[in-house]
Design a protein around this ligand. Sequence first.
Ligand code: GTP
Ligand code: MG
Length: 312
Amino acid sequence: VTPAEAAERLLQGDLRALSRAITFLENEPAAAASILRRIYPTAGSAQVIGITGPPGAGKSTLVDRLITLYRERGLQVAAIAVDPSSPFSGGAILGDRIRMMRSADDPKVFIRSMATRGWLGGLGRATADAADVLDAYGYDVILIETIGVGQDEIEVARLAPVTVLVLTPASGDEVQALKAGIMEVANIFVVNKSDSPGADRFVSFLQQLFTLTDAPAQALPVVKTEAVRGEGVEAVAEAVEERFRSQPSDASFLPWQRRKVERRLQLILQDGLLRQLYTRPGGIEPWVERVLSREIDPYTAAEEVLAAGVTG
Ligand SMILES: Nc1nc2c(ncn2[C@@H]2O[C@H](COP(=O)(O)OP(=O)(O)OP(=O)(O)O)[C@@H](O)[C@H]2O)c(=O)[nH]1
Ligand SMILES: [Mg+2]
């Protein structure tokens, strides 16, 4: 099967073709291009939700609960677990962990893990592409679990239309560290493990935090959950609904959607340009030599490479 054929077949409802297509776009951008070309016009109706947060916060537990909730509403659900190559993963394969859950045998639930072969912006690109593919196939809700630590992971969360940040009362100290990256891309905050001490205090702390920062004019929702018992999960789904509902149905010109499309395009361009530069005849080796011998400085070298173009 070629990528284009996989794309064609998944649009006919072929589940194996869907899996193949995702594997293709995980591995090679060229395949991703031909798949997306085919399926992009069909995608666009699913709710794509990023679930992020520190290790062990309860993301998978929440994803599992959300899957159940959406299934009860008769929706078809897909969940992607991003397998982090980061040292924060604790060694366990997220996808395997999700797969062990209750919804594993439900044919209306699609679960898989994703990884990339370490190229620039690869994880963000591949998950966004996979979400479009799942959307085109017909899933109504697409959940993307990713650890909110590290640039690649934050990129995944940044590209999701709605991002839920799962924290715990114990993550007070982490917030400072998280703030730089993941806090900014979150649209909904969840304080999970509300059965542990300090939950209410942490909720107030977060609410306080938003009134202090100048960033979002509208207060971001903070939802308290106990994911293991399913407590507060409805409220999370409701906050997500609200985020989607607060936009007119034809959202093609809204700033936040625009920013995400812009970012996605940027990542593809970045990667494409770098690839072309590196695969241009002779590569950038001549410039490396000249910088090495101090004939020219690295900035001049970069300018010359760009001026020489990617082909010649
Ligand atoms: N007490 C309590 N434990 C919880 C709650 N939610 C999840 N847990 C537990 O916390 C542990 C981690 O939960 P996961 O759902 O695997 O967390 P995660 O964020 O997906 O973890 P990683 O994928 O490893 O980053 C598990 O033992 C859960 O049972 C909760 O509301 N209360
Ligand atoms: Mg997990």
